[in-house]
Write a protein that binds this ligand. Structure first.
Ligand SMILES: [Mn+2]
Length: 228
């Protein structure tokens, strides 16, 4: 099989597994089976291993102000209140998948809902701009525009290629003039991180096609509130 086909097959498998794990994770969260960030991270690792895959990277689970750190290492912080960023990926046949969802524990305030909807809008609209030949830099700046006043809290790139390393080219970033090519698999992951308050990130994996894109991550993106 050609390398490109191998890559696509492996990453699609990873995306399907991510969706399945997220679905199971939500069920367990609703049944209050997780007490801490570490409990969720442990569950994700166990599920990825069970599926015969490797970890693309150590899962990130970060609630409340912990989520301000994009690469937060899960701790024993209790899942009591606030947005919880859950970022994980599997590795099949060396190729990485990478998905993030942000759920909310406890009641979501009107302002929190507003910020979440901005991030979601940036994710959804930027995905529609993906196609062969498109400028990663241009899509990055579109994300900033869509985040409006919250763009000042968006400090990382909008996305990256997925290959045998998780952060590959092309980059969709402020200072990188990379163009998307048919066959690339990239992430689209806008985020808002307000110091000492909250972090929200929504990340999907997207296949670049000649005329557009194919969304590989299928997990729901509506705001999910977990009663506590
Ligand atoms: Mn990523």
């Amino acid at each position: 099989m050609e390398e490109q086909q191998k890559k696509l097959k492996a990453i699609m498998r990873g995306c399907t597994l991510n969706d399945k794990i997220f679905r199971k994770l939500l069920g367990k969260a609703r049944r209050k089976e997780f007490k801490t960030e570490r409990d969720i991270a442990h569950f994700i690792k166990k599920e990825i291993r069970k599926a015969g895959a490797g970890l693309a990277f150590p899962p990130i689970v970060a609630i409340g102000k912990n989520a301000v750190d994009w690469h937060h290492k899960p701790t024993n912080t209790k899942l009591e209140k606030g947005f919880c960023v859950i970022d994980f990926g599997a590795r099949f046949n060396h190729y990485c998948s990478d998905m993030t969802r942000t759920i909310h524990f406890g009641k979501t305030s009107a302002r929190e809902k507003q910020i979440y909807s901005k991030v979601l809008k940036a994710n959804e609209v930027c995905i529609t701009k993906v196609k062969g030949g498109a400028s990663g830099n241009k899509i990055y700046f579109l994300a900033r525009k869509l985040l409006g006043g919250y763009a000042k809290y968006f400090g990382h790139g909008l996305g990256h290629g997925l290959k045998k390393i998780v952060h590959a080219k092309p980059r969709l970033a402020r200072k990188k003039m990379h163009f998307l090519r048919e066959g690339d698999i990239i992430t689209i992951e806008p985020g808002v991180y307000i110091p000492k308050k909250l972090g929200i990130r929504i990340e999907d994996d997207v296949l670049v096609t000649k005329k557009g894109f194919k969304l590989l991550s299928k997990s729901a993106k509506n705001l999910i509130e977990i009663g506590v």
